[in-house]
Write a protein that binds this ligand. Structure first.
Ligand SMILES: NC(=O)c1ccc[n+]([C@@H]2O[C@H](COP(=O)([O-])OP(=O)(O)OC[C@H]3O[C@@H](n4cnc5c(N)ncnc54)[C@H](O)[C@@H]3O)[C@@H](O)[C@H]2O)c1
Ligand SMILES: O=C(O)C(=O)C[C@@H](O)[C@H](O)[C@H](O)COP(=O)(O)O
Ligand SMILES: [Zn+2]
Length: 403
């Protein structure tokens, strides 16, 4: 069965989820296209060659050049050097504004490919064919593209939407289970910020089915995650805040300008809706962990820890009760995702200051004010930040062991 989810931004597009949907790439590439660049990681070399053959077969009646741009696996592709390599290939092959970039891989690959498409000739069409759970439920949808710099995660990029997204569930069978779990962290995020039925499903069925790449349960969770992402970005594509979307996120932003914090010194901002920033739940600390650990920690693992952190922070500000904090630990650890962290806080605090939600000197965190309802906590005091971090220590913590 193929599920079609519409992303209703100003240039709407569909996300297709199902077995074998990558065969539909030809229909998204368009008729006036002369060249296609498929950006893929090393691990998908053979599958990318197959994707190319299928595309050429479907378009056999006309001239089409399909170039394979192999990039390093994972986060090692999200840097200026690899970006430059992609630009060089596009230049050499005469890529024009009517040609198409295809991101074929996980979130790291589609973030890079999207930024290649956003920057080449100031913007060419692109399609994502996502191959990881994390990519399907999150990275491939919504048009955030970019790379890392030495200073931090995703610090250079652009909003540039794909013209379509294909989530081929057949591709998940080769995905290492640690990667699958990492992707589920973003699904759990969607459960806490917007759709608690996700949490109920995970809690109700047991992890066997959830972690089985061929299960109907996983397919359902992927579709639910995409719906949250699609509806959230539809209301606030460029993360300017507000736009009380269907998920009723509340907090900062809105009419008073996106960074008009309504309260300082650790207050929950209060306005008409936090819009897209809700999707950053757990990411302030999570991105800092990724950077400090030189990207040896998976994105989903880092944000798993980050979600427990902001749950602790919200609890210390009287926003949520201890049971809801514990629910974070329970659901994430049931998926063998990390909920503890050891190590120094100061470098993480320094990295968090470069988070994109920061305004001036004021750190801003996405927190829950209830299950399924987010707000922004602006400028919490440093002691509370440290106390919440201390709560991440494992019961018998030794440095480096509590992951
Ligand atoms: N743009 C966004 O909105 C957005 C949203 C969430 C995450 N992200 C970004 O996405 C990235 C994480 O994405 P990810 O978890 O997909 O990681 P990833 O792209 O690094 O992929 C994980 C690993 O799995 C390999 N892989 C990919 N597909 C495979 C398959 N089908 N079979 C076997 N191996 C496969 C990759 O080569 C890589 O080594 C991070 O850089 C994160 O910042 C972006
Ligand atoms: O789509 C969004 O918006 C998100 O915040 C989704 C996140 O899961 C994702 O990791 C995103 O790349 C983070 O964006 P950033 O702006 O904090 O770099
Ligand atoms: Zn993320």
């Amino acid at each position: 069965m193929t599920v079609r989810i519409r992303v209703e931004t100003s240039a709407p597009y569909d996300v297709l989820v199902g077995s074998g949907v990558s065969d539909q790439l030809a229909s998204l590439v368009g008729d006036d296209v002369r060249r296609v660049a498929i950006v893929h990681p090393t691990v998908l070399r053979e599958r990318a060659a197959r994707l190319r053959s299928t595309l050429l077969r479907e378009q056999a009646t006309r001239a089409l050049d399909v170039h394979l741009l192999e990039v390093p696996d994972g986060e090692a592709a999200k840097n200026a050097e690899v970006l430059q390599y992609c630009w060089d290939v596009l230049g050499r092959t005469g890529f024009t504004r009517s040609d198409v970039v295809v991101g074929f891989g996980g979130g790291a690959t589609t973030d890079l490919a999207g930024f290649v498409a956003a920057s080449w000739l100031r913007g060419v069409r692109f399609v994502n064919v996502s191959t990881t759970v994390l990519g399907m439920v999150d990275a491939a949808v919504g048009g955030k593209t970019g790379i890392n710099t030495a200073a931090g995660k995703n610090l250079v990029g652009a909003f540039h939407e794909p013209v379509g997204v294909l989530c081929d569930l057949d591709l998940l069978v080769d995905l290492p289970s640690a990667e699958l779990r990492s992707g589920l962290a973003e699904v759990v995020k969607c459960g806490f910020i917007a759709d608690p039925s996700i949490l109920e499903l995970i809690e109700g069925v047991g992890t066997g089915a959830v972690l089985d790449p061929t299960s109907a349960i996983l397919a359902e969770l992927v579709a639910k995650g995409i719906r949250v992402k699609a509806q959230t970005v539809a209301g606030d594509l460029r993360e300017t805040g507000g736009g009380a979307g269907p998920w009723a996120a509340r907090g900062a932003g809105g009419g008073a300008g996106p960074w008009a914090a309504k309260s300082t010194g650790g207050g929950a901002e209060d306005d008409s809706g936090i819009g897209r920033e809700a999707l950053n739940y757990g990411h302030t600390l999570g991105h800092a962990i990724e950077r400090e650990e030189r990207y040896t920690v998976r994105h989903g693992e880092a944000i798993s820890v980050g979600m427990v952190y902001v749950a602790e922070l919200a609890h210390r500000h009287g926003l949520i009760d201890a049971d809801l904090v514990q629910r974070h630990r329970d659901v994430l650890s049931s998926l063998s995702l990390p909920t503890t962290w050891a190590g120094a806080f100061s470098p993480l605090l320094a990295a968090m200051r470069l988070d994109k939600k920061t305004r001036g000197d004021q750190l801003r965190f996405v927190v829950l004010e209830d299950l399924g309802r987010t707000t922004i906590l602006a400028g919490p005091d440093e002691q509370t930040l440290r106390d919440s971090f201390a709560a991440l220590a494992a019961p018998s913590s030794s440095p480096g062991a509590a992951r």
